[in-house]
Design a protein around this ligand. Structure first.
Ligand code: SF4
Length: 288
C-alpha cells in the first residue's frame, strides 16, 4: 500500500464509518456492478428476448478499448520507480500529516486549489510557506489578501486564487464547522473548486473514490491511447467516457499513474515515444 493511500485512509477514518453512507449519490452508484449485472443477463440468457428475464431493453456487450490492459500494465512498469514530480511533490505530500484530521483535510483542499495550472514544485513550495504561518481555516481568515498573495506567489492565477481561497474558507467556517464537505456536489459549489479537485479531495481527504480525477495529463493520454470511444474535447467529457468502461477499482490509481506518465514520458509536446514501452501498441505513437 502506498504512503499516499495509507495517509488517505487515516484521514478518511478519522471521521468514522458514517462516511460510507454519506458518499454522494453519483459517487456511490456502483456503475460497474450494475453494468456487469446487465451484461450477465444478456450473455447468459442466450435464447430469451429479455422480456422473460424482466429486462426492459436488449443489452449490448460492454465497449472497452483495444489493448488497454496491456497498455496499463506497461505504464505501471514505466511508473515503477515512482519518481515523477507528482510522486514527490503532489498534493498527497503537501499537507501536514501530524495535524488534526480536519486541518489535514483543509490543507488537502487548499493544495488542490493552488495546484490548478501550476507545476507540482511551485504548489509544494507555496504550501510549505503557508504551513510556516500555521495553515488552518482561522489563520487564513485572519490573514489579509496582500499577505496571502505574497505567500502563494507565483502559483498560476494567484490573484484569483487569493479571492477563491478566502471565499471558500469563509464558507467552510460558516457552513461546515471548519471542515471540508464530504460530497462532490458540495465541493464543486465552493469557489475555485472544480470536478477534478473535488474527486481528488474525496480520494485523498476522505479516502472515498467518487469518480476519476481527470486533469490535462489524463485527458491527453487517454485520448492518445484511444481509451475514449470518440475523441473528447474537455476533461469532464473524458471523465464520463472513462467511467463508462474503466473498472471502478482502477479509478483511484489511474490519476497518479497517468499524471506521472505524462510528466515523464507521454509529454504534451514531443512525447518520448522511442522510450515508451507502449510504442508498438499505441495509436498515437510517433514512429521513425
Ligand atoms: S507511444 Fe508515445 S504517444 Fe503513445 S503512450 Fe507512449 S509516449 Fe504517449
Amino acid at each position: 500500500m502506498s504512503a499516499a493511500v495509507s495517509a488517505a485512509r487515516r484521514l478518511g477514518r478519522a471521521r468514522g464509518a458514517a462516511g460510507a453512507s454519506q458518499v454522494p449519490s453519483t459517487a456511490g452508484i456502483p456503475r460497474r456492478s450494475r453494468r456487469r449485472k446487465s451484461v450477465t443477463i444478456a450473455y447468459e440468457s442466450g435464447q430469451g428476448d429479455g422480456a422473460e428475464q424482466g429486462a426492459t431493453e436488449p443489452q449490448r456487450p460492454r465497449w472497452e478499448p483495444r489493448d488497454w490492459q496491456q497498455q496499463l500494465e506497461r505504464i505501471r512498469e514505466m511508473r515503477r520507480n515512482r519518481d515523477a514530480p507528482v510522486d514527490e511533490m503532489g498534493v498527497q505530500k503537501c499537507y501536514d500529516s501530524s495535524a488534526p484530521p480536519q486541518v489535514m483535510r483543509y490543507q488537502v483542499l487548499l493544495s488542490l486549489m493552488l495546484s490548478s495550472q501550476t507545476k507540482d514544485q511551485v504548489t509544494s513550495a507555496a504550501m510549505l510557506r503557508l504551513r510556516e504561518h500555521g495553515l488552518t481555516v482561522d489563520s487564513i481568515l485572519q490573514m489579509d489578501d496582500a499577505t496571502l498573495g505574497q505567500i502563494i506567489y507565483p502559483v498560476g492565477f494567484w490573484r484569483n486564487k487569493v479571492k477563491y481561497i478566502k471565499q471558500t474558507t469563509a464558507i467552510l467556517k460558516q457552513k461546515y464547522g471548519g471542515d471540508i464537505p464530504r460530497t462532490v456536489e458540495e465541493l464543486v459549489q465552493l469557489p475555485g473548486v472544480g470536478p477534478k479537485m473535488a474527486h481528488l479531495a474525496m480520494n485523498i481527504a476522505w479516502d472515498s473514490v467518487s469518480g476519476i480525477a481527470v486533469d490535462t495529463h489524463v485527458h491527453r493520454i487517454t485520448n492518445r491511447l484511444k481509451w475514449v470511444k470518440k475523441e473528447t474535447r474537455y476533461p469532464e467529457e473524458t471523465r464520463v467516457a472513462l467511467e463508462d468502461w474503466l473498472p471502478r477499482d482502477l479509478w483511484r490509481e489511474i490519476n497518479w499513474l497517468l499524471v506521472g506518465f505524462g510528466q515523464q514520458t507521454c509529454l504534451p509536446v514531443n512525447p518520448r515515444c522511442k522510450e515508451c514501452l507502449n510504442q508498438d501498441i499505441c495509436p498515437a505513437a510517433k514512429r521513425p
